[in-house]
Write a protein that binds this ligand. Structure first.
Ligand SMILES: Cc1cc2nc3c(=O)[nH]c(=O)nc-3n(C[C@H](O)[C@H](O)[C@H](O)COP(=O)(O)OP(=O)(O)OC[C@H]3O[C@@H](n4cnc5c(N)ncnc54)[C@H](O)[C@@H]3O)c2cc1C
Length: 459
């Protein structure tokens, strides 16, 4: 239970209605999208302004209480899972889109703005905010920046970091720093904003973002290619890239994922092929037509059993949202869904996908794999039951083997979901001692009292 003086202190900053302390009210803030991780905070507060965030930080310093910043809690590495005896600072009420500047191609928003609303606001000016995590309908832009989230369009357009021009950040001592600006070029000093992108709430609290926008593509073509072998799908991806075509989307679903998605969304995905590629190109209409024709030819040359083009925008949207629903579709099968996001160099994709399938067979586990194949980013998703200790032991063995193989292939333990709590055990191995220690030094110099999201990324 929080002390009365803590509740009074927080209420005096944000107002009593914006402080939660009853056990039943704290439950929804005790976990995020990561399976098996939960811990109840002492209090949850909903600030509305940067000044309130800074005051909360100062109060937390006084009370020696850690702060766990939270957006929508869709994270998949346990980043916003509370540490014990902490204050959760939930920024969903700071959700305004402050302005769109079509002369500078920028958009300014508060951290709680929902990702999809950002692109909708840009679209009203014929502009485009490309990063589109599968969770874009609910995730916040603050969470996206803190995780440096990717999305289905990452291959052509990059990830969140590529669109962050400036940030307002409340530091661990309560000071407010403004980093970056609307200039296209700026080399004045260290690029501090980049330190906070992907910092998972451990270095500062993002209270405003300035984002780059780009012109909205005039045309788009979406296709599905169906394969009897995973290797052929992977070869298609390599061949498309080798042909110097950069599609905006090259997404992969294995057979188990395609079956679950079809069962869930009924979009006409075949359930008898080994692999499905969702391919999308966008841009000038003439370029789109040319690229789509080339991609179809490459897919057929690499033994695609069939290539289907969406007939219209509605069908294209339906196919893309079927892919976005992959996690939800798989999650219906068993009580516990554990989704990972290993990434390998694209030349190693077929090896990695095959290794995951072999690991599933060897350990008698259900693993569906889907992901951003054009980025080499795979989501092996284990369907299990956390109450079954014998099976959970095999699950841990499977992830250990998958992470080890990923690193052997020159890959990374996380392409977009962050380290959080879930992937801490493998970080030093990936980074090596010198860079691991350097990261800890950065954390110590910015947050010497370990106030912000302690225990995340490293112990
Ligand atoms: C169905 C589904 C699909 C997904 N698809 C993708 C995908 O395609 N690509 C992808 O990259 N991720 C994906 N994710 C993961 C997740 O949605 C992203 O990591 C997202 O950016 C998290 O946003 P959030 O608002 O939910 O943040 P939270 O989960 O609340 O927080 C995530 C991390 O950011 C920190 N944080 C949040 N807000 C701030 C802030 N203002 N200042 C400082 N730190 C902050 C938190 O402390 C935590 O460490 C998916 C998740 C789900 C459930």
């Amino acid at each position: 239970m929080p002390s009365d003086s803590l509740v009074e202190g927080l209420s005096s900053i944000v107002g009593g209605a914006a402080v939660l302390t009853r056990p039943e009210d704290l439950i929804p803030y005790s976990f995020d999208g990561t399976a098996t991780l939960k811990s109840r905070p002492t209090a949850v507060v909903f600030p509305k302004t940067t000044a309130q965030v800074a005051d909360c930080v100062r109060l937390a310093i006084e009370r020696k209480m850690p702060i766990v910043t939270r957006g929508s809690g869709t994270g998949l590495s346990g980043g916003s899972v509370p540490s014990s005896h902490c204050i959760v600072l939930c920024l969903t009420q700071m959700d305004a889109i402050l302005d769109v500047d079509p002369r500078n191609l920028t958009l300014r928003a508060q951290p709680g703005a929902i990702t999809m609303r950002i692109d909708e606001a840009a679209a009203r000016y014929g502009l485009f905010y490309p990063p589109d995590p599968g969770s874009q309908r609910i995730s916040t832009i603050g969470g996206n920046v803190a995780e440096n989230s990717g999305g289905l369009r990452g291959l052509k357009y990059g990830v969140t970091r590529d669109y962050v021009m400036g940030l307002e950040v409340v530091l661990a001592d309560g000071r407010v720093a403004r980093l970056g600006n609307a200039c296209v070029k700026d080399v004045a000093g260290y690029s501090l904003k980049d330190l906070f992108v992907g910092s998972e709430g451990t270095l500062g609290i993002i209270t405003e973002v300035l984002l780059k926008l780009v012109p909205r593509p005039a045309a788009r073509r979406t296709m599905l290619a169906l394969y009897d072998s995973i290797e052929d799908a992977a070869e298609t991806v390599s061949a498309i890239i080798a042909a110097r075509i950069i599609p905006c989307t090259l997404e992969f679903l294995d057979r188990m994922t395609a079956c679950c998605v079809e069962d869930f969304a009924h979009v006409g995905l075949p359930t008898d092929c080994e692999a499905v590629l969702l391919m999308e190109t966008d841009g000038h209409p003439a370029a789109v037509a040319d690229e789509a024709a080339q991609m179809e030819a490459i897919a057929r040359k690499n033994r695609a059993r069939d290539v289907r083009a969406a007939r219209d925008d509605a069908e294209a949207l339906q196919l893309a949202s079927a892919r976005r629903n992959a996690f939800a579709a798989l999650a219906r099968q068993r009580p516990t869904t554990i989704l990972e996001d290993v990434t390998v160099p694209r030349s190693e994709l077929a090896t990695m996908v095959r290794f995951i399938a072999d690991t599933a067979a060897a350990l008698n586990l259900q693993i569906g794999t889907f992901g951003h194949m054009g980025d080499g980013n795979l989501h092996p998703t284990i369907l299990t039951d956390e109450r079954d200790t014998a099976e959970m032991e095999r699950v841990h063995k499977a992830f250990d083997a998958i992470f080890r193989r990923t690193l052997e292939l020159g890959g990374t333990i996380t392409g977009e979901h962050g380290v959080g709590l879930a992937k801490k055990p493998w970080l030093r191995q990936q980074m090596g001692d010198a860079s691991f220690e350097l990261m800890k030094q950065v954390k110590t110099s910015l947050d010497p009292n370990r106030l912000l999201n302690p225990g995340k990324i490293f112990d």
